[in-house]
Design a protein around this ligand. Structure first.
Ligand code: TYD
Length: 208
């Protein structure tokens, strides 16, 4: 696969969106074709599953199975084909979010998640982002940012203690694969965060 696959992670309120758009612009300026997508979601089926996962109460295993079902559809219909065409895929959340939210936040079995990851992202080659940008933000700062921002979904309305476990989940994924991650201090001005994001992508060699 000749494409570039970057995922973006962090707790709700960490401020990923503007930087994802900024990177899309930067890659397009290099003449690259960019596929901007998100999880759960990115296909009509996966978007329907997203609506369920973000709004309906369910046990942690059901949640994990639904996000991986959405991911399977997304991987085979959108992500792998785009990478095979040599495109840049910028994905707002990917599997690290499942480990962080369902594994860390909800306490679902880490080893089962690892098995599902191999089932869903396996094949001739195992699919994993070439770079994962983790917008690391203390939950108490995120909570302040989220107040009044919009009507909170199921996850956004969780207490701070939940997000502390989500951060711990991200930390565990990070520790197991530091070479794949760029850990960005998201508790800075948007301008300073953007400087760090751009530096990380350049350092990876994906942008000149
Ligand atoms: P998010 O990416 O924050 O989108 P928006 O900015 O539109 O709210 O919302 C996705 C939510 O889904 C977020 O709270 C994290 C959660 N999520 C999981 O619980 N597991 C997953 O595997 C993924 C991809 C997301």
């Amino acid at each position: 696969m000749s494409g570039i696959f970057i995922s973006f992670e962090g707790i709700d309120g960490a401020g990923k969106s503007t930087h994802i758009d900024g990177l899309a612009t930067a890659f397009r300026a290099q003449g690259r074709v960019v596929t901007l997508t998100r999880e759960p979601g990115g296909t009509p089926l996966a978007e329907q599953l997203r609506t369920l996962v973000l709004n309906d109460a369910m046990d942690a295993m059901t949640e994990a199975l639904l996000v991986f079902a959405a991911r399977r559809d997304h991987v085979i219909r959108v992500i792998r084909p785009a990478l095979e065409r040599g495109e840049v895929v910028l994905c707002d959340r990917f599997t690290d979010a499942t480990f962080a939210y369902q594994g860390g936040g909800r306490g679902f079995d880490w080893n089962v998640l690892a098995s599902l990851e191999h089932w869903v992202q396996g094949g001739e080659t195992f699919l994993q982002p070439g770079l994962t940008i983790w917008f690391d933000l203390p939950p108490e700062v995120a909570a302040v940012r989220l107040v009044g921002a919009r009507v909170p979904d199921k996850f956004e309305s969780q207490p701070q203690a939940f997000f502390e476990k989500v951060v711990a989940g991200y930390g565990r994924r990070y520790a197991a694969a530091t070479e794949r991650f760029a850990r960005i201090d998201a508790n800075q001005t948007p301008e300073d965060v953007w400087t760090d994001v751009l530096a990380a992508v350049r350092q990876s060699g994906m942008l000149p």
